[in-house]
Design a protein around this ligand. Structure first.
Ligand code: FAD
Length: 645
């Protein structure tokens, strides 16, 4: 008699003695059918006390039948499962229902084994269980394999890389947490889907080629451009290994992808920065050669000017000289760029530098962008590297230009400021003391707070790859900080941006300010001079020169403003100094209008051209004084003194 038959007989005996219900008999008949030799069988009473075990039970639990009979079933308890698990088992079977589950048990020698367990209750006439039969099949191997897989998966999830497996048709079989992080898709969302659709949004030639190589050679490595869930591109360094089954047939591909997007971007920008540097060097070289081309032209022009006295030749030579000089100025600017950032600190009057920048900007920026500047006469001196400060201002102006694709205005202003303790406390980088603040403001697109928070990061740019390196502002900040200064930015989307850069003031007199009265030049006695010029720089320098030498000054930016001012102050104004070439109302027109108001008005006309060649000079009766631009302070003061004598 087999152990199975013995088991059935024992159950049947129990059932007859307990007059079991028909339902139990039917269940037993089903069981008899179902049980095979690998079943591990035990019968307990309603408390779990073992009344029967088969051979297989003894074999797996390593207890003898004698040791088991009459024992509580907890003899094989492994303490692996939580209390709720056992409670659930008991609640189910005690209510007369079948329980099924996987249990980890402990054998007599301390080893563990897993069993897939079904516990069937047998009910008495009152419907209460009086006996349980437990039928188990060993699943240790499967459970250990599962455990290993779980552990491995947990390890794979720790990896930063995306680790995935896919079958040979690229259907995704495994997807770790790293892949979730890099691509933004969870495992549930992509398992079973095609990698071409998920990672390449369609078939990719690179993917097909890589697959062929991995099948032929067993592995493939290379960089791939893929797409994240949010549509952004990700560049990965990809390593593929062919996985084979026991028979050596290829079944799947293990893929490990490292995200190198940032690395590639940085590399690209580094290369571009290097390229820019070499362009700078190249530009420097060309500028140097151009200088050598321009110098003889200028000298030849001077010689020709001595020889050719006729009017039309002189006019042409003047144009030639002015333009050659302009070319020379541009070359000097390129050279100052190309010289780079190293250099020593010198006492520097930022006014001159700012005017220089304004000049370059006016020459190079589109006409739709207006450049203004406002500088106080008494601006303090800073200790700085001129080239570096130049670079900072250029960077800010170029950014301002880029923020105004359809035009606008850039304003450069400078002020002396005392940063007090209060202010310094509110601004991390600021220290109390005397500073010169240079402000560059534009009327452009402005920035969102998010962008504003990142602008000083190296390589951060909102511009297209070809247009911005993301190095401009970070370089600017480094330079300002290295000068002991700090930067403040204010920006509003749609309204514009203002950068304020603070340089510590140098405690000394301005080294190259307006010449001082001790130069034995004629001084004024408080006479009021009306200076008319469309160039603010000229108005500023003329005002500061005249004020230094004892005059009072009114300024007008064009003819109409001059006439309005003259109407208001005609009794106080002693002399009108006017430029001849101005927009709106030019010099001759202004002079005629002034003479109409006051035939005795004293006028000095200033022009880039000599009086003989100034248009409309014929009508300038009564204008006795001409000044050729650029004129020195000495010339201006002497002309004034002569006129006022
Ligand atoms: P316990 O504190 O003994 O029990 C945990 C909770 O279960 C209790 O709080 C209570 O809510 C409930 N409970 C316990 N005993 C009873 C009871 N007699 N009646 C009603 N509710 C009760 N255990 C295994 O570990 N592995 C097995 O393979 C296994 N097979 C079993 C097969 C059968 C047919 C039966 C009837 C029980 C089986 N058990 C098995 C359960 C076993 O008898 C013990 O209950 C369990 O091992 C004890 O766990 P414990 O000491 O950690 O918790």
């Amino acid at each position: 008699m087999s152990s199975l038959d013995a088991l059935v007989r024992s159950i049947e005996d129990d059932l007859t003695t307990e007059q079991a219900l028909e339902r139990s008999l039917k269940e037993l008949a089903d069981l008899k059918f179902a049980l095979d030799e690998s079943a591990i069988v035990a019968i307990t009473d309603q408390r779990g006390i073992i009344s029967y075990v088969n051979e297989k039970f003894c074999e797996i639990s390593k207890y003898s039948r004698e040791e088991l009979l009459g024992q509580d079933h907890r003899v094989i308890n492994s303490a692996y499962h939580p209390k709720e698990f056992i409670r659930g088992l008991w609640t189910t079977i005690a209510s007369g229902r079948v329980w099924r589950g996987e249990i980890k048990n402990r054998a007599k020698d301390g080893t563990y084994y897993w069993v897939d367990t079904t516990i069937v209750p047998f009910l008495n006439s009152e419907g209460k269980p009086y006996q349980y039969i437990a039928i188990r099949y060993e699943i240790t191997e499967r459970k250990l394999a599962e455990e290993r897989v779980t552990q491995q998966a947990a390890l794979l999830d720790q990896a930063q890389d995306a680790i995935l497996t896919r079958d040979l048709d690229h259907n995704i079989l495994f997807w770790n947490k790293g892949a979730e992080r890099i691509y933004g898709w969870t495992a549930e969302e992509v398992l079973g889907k095609n990698a071409s659709d998920v990672l390449f949004q369609g078939s990719s030639v690179a993917l097909q080629a890589a697959k062929q190589i991995v099948i032929d050679k067993g592995e493939w490595r290379g960089d791939l451009r893929q797409v994240r869930r949010d549509g952004h591109e990700v560049i990965v360094e990809s390593r593929w290994t062919l996985v084979r089954n026991d028979k050596g047939e290829p079944t799947s591909i293990l893929v490990i992808n490292t995200d190198i997007t940032e690395k590639k971007r940085t590399e690209g920008q580094f290369l571009r920065a290097q390229r820019m540097e070499s362009i700078g060097t190249l530009a420097g070289g060309i500028a140097h050669d151009l200088n050598n081309v321009l110098s003889p032209i200028l000298m030849a022009v001077q010689m020709l000017q001595l020889k050719m006295k006729d009017e039309s030749s002189r006019q042409l030579l003047d144009i030639l000289r002015t333009n050659a000089e302009r070319g020379g100025n541009m070359v000097r600017q390129v050279l100052s760029f190309a010289r780079g950032v190293e250099g020593e600190r010198v006492a520097l009057q930022p006014k001159h530098l700012i005017k220089d920048i304004v000049k370059i900007m006016r020459e190079t920026l589109p006409k739709s962008i207006e450049i203004n500047f406002l500088l106080p006469d008494d601006l303090w001196v800073i200790s700085a590297d001129a080239t570096q400060v130049h670079q900072v201002l250029m960077n800010l102006c170029v950014n301002a230009r880029d923020a105004m694709p359809s035009g606008g205005s850039i304003t450069l202003r400078a002020e002396n400021v005392h940063v007090d303790e209060n202010y310094a406390r509110m601004h991390l980088e600021a220290k109390p003391g005397r500073f010169v603040v240079i402000m560059v403001s534009d009327t452009g697109t402005g920035m969102t707070p998010e962008v504003l928070g990142r602008i000083f990061e190296p390589f951060f740019t909102t511009k297209e790859m070809t247009k911005g390196t993301g190095l401009g502002l970070s370089t600017a900040l480094t330079i300002v900080k290295s000068h002991g200064g700090f930067v403040n930015v204010y920006s509003e989307p749609g309204k514009g941006t203002q950068f304020a850069i603070y340089f510590p003031a140098f405690e000394m007199e301005e080294p190259s300010g307006p010449s001082l009265p001790e130069m034995d030049l004629p001084l004024g006695h408080g006479e009021l001079i009306l200076v008319v010029d469309d160039e603010e720089a000229i108005r500023q320098i003329t005002r500061s020169t005249l004020e230094t030498f004892g005059y009072s000054v009114l300024t007008a930016a064009d003819g109409t403003e001059a006439i309005a001012l003259y109407a208001q102050h005609r009794n106080e104004i002693s002399v009108v100094l006017t430029d001849m070439l101005m927009p709106f109302m030019d010099g001759p027109a202004t002079i005629r209008a002034l003479q109409k108001m006051d035939p005795k008005v004293k006028i000095i006309a200033a022009s880039g051209l000599t009086p003989a060649h100034t248009p409309g000079q014929a009508s300038l009766e009564g204008v006795k004084m001409f000044l050729t631009k650029p004129y020195t302070a000495e010339k201006l003061l002497k002309a004034l003194a002569e006129l006022l004598r």
